[in-house]
Each structure stands twice: as structure tokens, then as C-alpha cells.
Design a protein around this ligand. Structure first.
Ligand SMILES: Cc1cc2nc3c(=O)[nH]c(=O)nc-3n(C[C@H](O)[C@H](O)[C@H](O)COP(=O)(O)O)c2cc1C
Length: 111
């Protein structure tokens, strides 16, 4: 992170144009976005989309990640979705499933 290295991603999204709303989840790292998420942001055109941030963290909550996200996506609507205090283990998937179900977005749950 100090060197600004952006690691390549092993997967890609071929139909990004089909999506108007992006739910962007990441662990807060050093109070900001992890480098692989920055790689993701550089690989697609987010203009005209809405991006909603949710993060897991060990106490910093979003830190500066949302304002850093907005700086990386000028002109794109960036919103807050949810934050999860979570330091590893297997509960995060269930927390997200519960949130999506409560928000009426259970159709987004893949597994
Ligand atoms: C390199 C690194 C930096 C981190 N920096 C922060 C931080 O600044 N604030 C915070 O609350 N948690 C921080 N954490 C804790 C992560 O947010 C936490 O481990 C993560 O949400 C758990 O998800 P995971 O199991 O996918 O890593 C950091 C973790 C790592 C590995």
C-alpha cells in the first residue's frame, strides 16, 4: 500500500454495462480502500452508475475509504450502505444475507 502497488485481479466482469447500481464491499485497510479494490475501480467505467459502499472493519468503520472512493470516481454518485465490525471468521456472509433480506434484496444472494 505504501508503494501504491495495485495487484492484478484474477477475475473480470464482462457485462458491467448491465449494471446501474454497484454494491461495493471491502475490508477497511489502513482506514481506506484495499489495493485490489482500487484495481477494480480502474478497470471499469462507472460514469452514470451509483456506487454504494459497505465495509468490514476492526473498529475504524469506513475510515477515509468513502471519501477516497468518491475522489477516485469523480462525478459518480457514491453512497453508504452498511458497515460490519468483523475481524475474521465465518459470520460476515450471514450478516450480509440478513441485511440483503431485510432490505428486500434477497434476489442478489447467490449462495
Ligand atoms: C492490512 C490490513 C489493514 C487493516 N486496517 C484496518 C484499519 O485501518 N481499520 C480497521 O478497523 N480494521 C483494519 N483491518 C482489519 C480488517 O478490516 C478486518 O480484518 C477485515 O474487515 C476482516 O475481513 P477479512 O477476514 O476479509 O480480512 C486491517 C486488516 C488488514 C489485513
Amino acid at each position: 500500500m505504501n508503494a501504491g502497488t495495485l495487484p492484478p485481479l484474477v477475475t473480470s466482469i464482462t457485462n458491467m454495462d448491465d449494471y446501474d447500481v454497484i454494491l461495493l464491499g471491502y475490508p477497511t485497510w489502513w482506514a481506506t480502500l484495499p489495493p485490489p479494490v482500487i484495481t477494480f475501480l480502474t478497470q471499469y467505467d462507472f460514469r452514470g452508475k451509483e456506487v454504494y459502499s459497505f465495509s468490514s472493519h476492526g473498529g475504524t468503520i469506513f475510515g477515509e475509504s468513502v471519501s477516497d472512493l468518491q475522489k477516485r470516481l469523480p462525478g459518480v454518485y457514491v453512497g453508504l450502505l452498511a458497515e460490519y465490525y468483523y475481524s475474521g471468521g465465518g459470520d460476515l456472509g450471514n450478516m450480509l444475507r440478513q441485511w440483503l433480506t431485510a432490505a428486500g434484496l434477497d434476489s442478489l444472494i447467490l449462495n
